[in-house]
Design a protein around this ligand. Structure first.
Ligand code: MLT
Length: 207
């Protein structure tokens, strides 16, 4: 059982793993989710890994998110840059507090988008990332220095929110910044399915 912690900047759950050879996962939920949303996904795809799962601090109505948007797929990039720094700082503090190496981000939708923003703006915060149904967070992306960090992008060919060209653009931005990108396009929509889980589990066992 894991308790939600409220005594840091971000409401979050930390679950200590049983397998120290596994990199910790930073779980980043989608719009309307919270810190508990991706815990069972994390346990399934990375058994034994420590899990750090914050709740996004921006509210859209009652729906938590990690940064503001002006419309679907149109982001408030001033807010995005600020929120990206805030989240990267939280990760650095949590690493000290819980004694963790740099985590692999596992983000879905809005959570995948802020994970992509962190890779580009604050590459030191992450060891890599699995981005589920992600899109380009920045129109004019900062050029991070990713030095071969592994990134898995899982896109849906039928995703009504993320156009194929946008997901391809994200893969190019990350590659241009030095990431080792594996981009798979599944016969799926915005939601996740069994194929995502299998690819994620295999990729996480390799990184
Ligand atoms: C976003 O706002 O980050 C993307 O449009 C995905 C979403 O949360 O719907």
């Amino acid at each position: 059982m894991s308790d939600t912690k409220t005594d840091t900047d971000f409401i979050h759950v930390f679950e200590e793993g049983s397998d120290p050879t596994r990199k910790p996962l930073l779980l980043l939920h989608g719009t309307g989710g919270d810190e508990r949303d991706l815990l069972s996904l994390g346990r399934t795809v990375a058994p034994g890994a420590s899990l750090l799962s914050p709740r996004g601090k921006v509210l859209e109505g009652a729906a938590p998110r990690f940064f503001r948007r002006l419309a679907e797929g149109v982001f408030d990039e001033v807010d995005l840059r600020r929120r990206t720094d805030e989240l990267a700082d939280f990760v650095l503090q949590a690493r000290e507090r819980y004694g963790l190496p740099a985590p692999i981000a596992l983000g879905f939708s809005n959570g995948a988008n802020i994970a992509a923003a962190m890779l580009l703006q604050r590459p030191e915060a992450l060891a890599g990332a699995a981005l589920l149904r992600a899109m380009m967070p920045f129109a004019d992306a900062p050029r991070g220095s990713l030095n071969g960090k592994p990134v898995l992008i899982l896109s849906g060919a039928l995703d009504p929110i993320v156009p194929a060209a946008n997901a391809d653009g994200l893969a190019c931005q990350l590659e241009d910044s030095g990431a080792q990108v594996e981009h798979r396009v599944l016969p799926a929509g915005h939601g996740l399915g069994q194929a995502d889980l299998g690819l994620l589990r295999d990729w996480l066992a390799r990184v």
